[in-house]
Design a protein. Structure first.
Lengths: 315, 163
């Protein structure tokens, strides 16, 4: 005899199932949200710690300075973003860590206005290598930070660069006289016109670096920035540096006014040039204008060097 | 009331009690987590303030060339007048004070400089906590001697407070 009753669901069962499912859903949703926000907090803290570590590295006198590599607990992605918005532009870093086989969501950006990080826009490694060098135009503008994780191989660099790399004992950077002797997978940095297999070419005559098919121009310590960073990051950081140069030129101009008022015009002959420099650098649209700006800065430096007292930025 | 209805009512009360219990646990947890997060951020900012004080004499806007721990007071007096630098350093309070030789305390302006003692560059809030401080040499051009003159001073910095 067949049972015609079928499966019997009382209201109590139905109620328990619906409410139980709702509670479970809410619990899972809350847990997922909670884990995600905790991850964001951790990634943001990591980025802030990285920024704090970088501060003492960029602090220093007139010389280049290298430190021990920055080692992360796991393979980490560091995103370097640069913006030219505002009075001084913005530098922000974000971090994302590899957890198991999955990359975590990027943390919140840690923004600073007085740091200039020259690096690829994305670095993925467990170790980062850093060195810093001051940038002058003609007065000191900032200490630049150069960060890389990939291997670089400099083929026949200028003696100045060779000495600097050797003296600072920069990691993951080789110097050779033949690109075929470069370690496998390294970025080969050669002099323009020397070898066709190089990824990055430096034209020390034109003060230019060609990378990823794009040419950017440099002056002074910016050569390392042009080599290590993405051309877009480089152009942006140079524009930010020029904004700072402009503000500093105006500040020195004001200082000159203050000193000149007390000392019958001492240093007032620099005020015109400082004004011109401030105006020219503030309007920089491309790094190709750096040559002209450097020419103006050298003239200013020469004039300041001839002064005996009341120097504005020299010794 | 039927037996079944009573059971449903009991179950509903138990469920509500469970939800309220977990909500309270979550509330307590999040308040503790939030306060620890605030503490972390405050620590990070204090650390940043300490680093700023340490590197202040290296910052081009402050540095005096040729001396590693000297501040160019002529520059700093003029820096105070420049509004473009608002928010440039992530600080709530930044001040420079002349310590020696002794003088009557008064805030520096371009008109009373150098006969003054204090330059408050950043003073965003009255509640900036205990600032980090460091001794420095404050140098500037002295028209009387037509040469450089350095005095003993102190810098104070406090990071952004969290409300």
């Amino acid at each position: 005899m067949k049972n015609k009753k079928g499966l019997e669901f009382s209201f109590g069962w139905l109620f328990a199932l619906v409410v139980g499912a709702a509670i479970l859903f809410l619990a899972i949703y809350a847990a997922v949200k909670f884990i995600s926000s905790e991850q964001t907090v951790q990634e943001t803290e990591a980025a802030k710690q990285l920024e704090t570590i970088l501060t003492p590295i960029e602090t220093g006198g007139e010389e280049a300075k290298a430190v021990a590599p920055i080692v992360f607990p796991a393979v980490t992605r560091v995103y370097n973003n640069c913006s030219t918005d505002g009075n001084f532009g913005e530098q922000s870093i974000r971090v994302s860590t590899l957890f198991g086989n999955k990359w975590q969501e990027q943390g919140l950006p840690i923004t600073s206005y007085d740091k200039y990080i020259f690096s690829p826009d994305l670095m993925q490694a467990k170790e980062l290598y850093v060195f810093s060098k001051p940038f002058e135009m003609p007065f000191k503008v900032a200490n630049l930070l150069f960060i890389w994780s990939d291997k670089y191989c400099f083929v026949n660099p200028t003696p100045e660069i060779e000495n600097e790399i050797t003296d600072l004992n920069l990691k993951n950077i080789n110097i050779t006289d033949n690109p075929n002797l470069c370690p496998k997978g390294s970025n080969k940095v050669c002099n323009a016109g020397d070898y066709a297999i190089c990824n990055i070419t430096v034209d020390s005559g034109a003060h230019s670096v060609t990378k990823n098919g794009r040419t950017v121009y440099y002056e002074g310590s910016l050569i390392y920035g042009a080599i290590f960073s993405e051309p877009d990051v480089y152009e942006c950081q140079v524009k930010r540096l020029m904004k700072r140069t402009s503000e500093l030129a105006l500040l020195y101009n004001a200082k000159s006014g203050l000193i000149a008022a007390e000392s019958e015009g001492c240093s007032s002959n620099l005020q015109g040039d400082l004004g011109v420099l401030a105006m020219q650098v503030a309007g920089l649209t491309s790094t190709s204008e750096l040559v002209a700006i450097n020419f103006l800065a050298e003239g200013l430096s020469e004039k300041e060097g001839q002064m005996k007292n009341c120097k504005l930025w020299g010794n | 009331m039927k037996k079944g209805q009573t059971k449903i009512q009991e179950m509903a009360f138990v469920l509500i009690a469970i939800i309220v219990f977990f909500a309270m646990v979550a509330l307590v947890y999040f308040s503790i987590r939030l306060s620890s997060l605030r503490e972390d951020v405050t620590t990070q900012r204090e650390q940043a303030a300490r680093e700023t004080v340490r590197k202040l004499s290296d910052i081009p806007e402050f540095s005096w060339a040729g001396c590693s721990n000297c501040i160019d007071l002529d520059k700093v007096v003029m820096l105070k007048e420049r509004t473009t630098y608002n928010n440039f350093w992530n600080l709530d309070y930044l001040a420079i004070e002349k310590i020696y030789p002794n003088r009557t305390a008064r805030e520096c302006t371009p008109s009373n400089y150098p006969d003054c003692t204090t330059i408050k560059l950043i003073n965003k809030t009255a509640n900036y906590g205990i600032p980090v401080s460091a001794f420095v040499a404050l140098c500037g051009f002295d028209a009387t001697y037509n040469d450089v003159k350095c005095e003993l001073g102190k810098i104070y910095a406090s990071a952004k407070t969290i409300t």
